[in-house]
Design a protein around this ligand. Structure first.
Ligand code: FPP
Length: 234
């Protein structure tokens, strides 16, 4: 990387292209997700080594329940094995958090998630947020419901609702995303970090997620560094 690098504080990644990667090799789609999970671990560590404070990855959307049961079970099993091997899988100084509605998950997954979130990992360099059963609209709806409860109880007047209050009631506890990367050639947000992407820079890349390397992340950060972010100013 060149020396004019501006590190984003928060990177979001839509891990797309696992199915196509597997199809190209005549493998079942779940093999693409398996490779995708390995790449996720490698990229988490690279973010930690670069000093990125937050990495949010889209692992399972509120729409992904429409996929065949076998594929959903495969993704959940990957999640199980990641969570069970957390200490080895996540890497030192990486805190793991989950964003999304976890109510429909099997009890063992819920327990593993809680264990992972409460693990004492010492000094935190990078917080990885795994978006699981996550949807941007669902996240905003959830925040609005939390605020509406206070309004209904009478402890909050509707005129006093602020953007900061909505931010504080989201699933994520990170600053807004500075850079959102979508590999696989698709150029959409697909309900990822809707509120948190108001001023994000987007980098779309042709590489499929299972082929994504540390160099691709470096290239996306370099592209981000070249952009002139004005946040609506001049
Ligand atoms: C999108 O590719 C990918 C997903 C819906 C699943 C992503 C999940 C993982 C990488 C595993 C996560 C595991 C951990 C431990 C975080 P796609 O299936 O839509 O690909 P396609 O567009 O080529 O069909």
């Amino acid at each position: 990387m060149t020396d004019k690098i501006i590190l984003p504080e928060h990177i979001g990644i839509i891990m797309d292209g696992n199915g196509r990667w597997a199809k190209k090799r005549g493998l079942p789609r779940n093999m693409g997700h398996k490779k995708g999970a390995e790449v996720f671990e490698k990229i988490s560590r690279h973010c930690r080594d670069l000093g990125i404070k937050y990495l949010t990855v889209y692992a399972f959307s509120t729409e992904n329940w429409k996929r065949p049961k076998e594929e959903i079970d495969g993704i959940m099993n990957l999640m199980r094995s990641y969570l069970k091997n957390m200490q080895k899988a996540a890497g030192d100084h990486i805190a793991v958090r989950f964003i999304g509605d976890r109510t429909p998950f099997d009890e063992d997954i819920k327990a593993l998630i809680e264990e992972a979130e409460n693990a004492d990992i010492g000094e935190v360099i990078t917080t990885v947020q795994i978006a699981l059963n996550y949807g941007g609209r669902d996240e905003i709806t959830h925040a609005v419901k939390e605020i509406a409860k206070k309004a209904a109880e009478g402890s909050l007047s509707p005129e006093d609702i602020t953007e900061d209050m909505i931010s504080a009631n989201l699933y994520s506890a990170s600053p807004e995303a500075d850079l959102i990367i979508r590999p696989s050639g698709e150029e959409r947000l697909s309900n990822f970090l809707l509120w948190e992407s108001a001023y994000s820079e987007f980098v779309f890349m042709d590489v499929l997620w299972p082929d994504f390397t540390e160099k691709d992340l470096d290239a996306a950060i370099e592209e981000y560094s070249k952009r002139n972010r004005r946040f609506g100013g001049v």
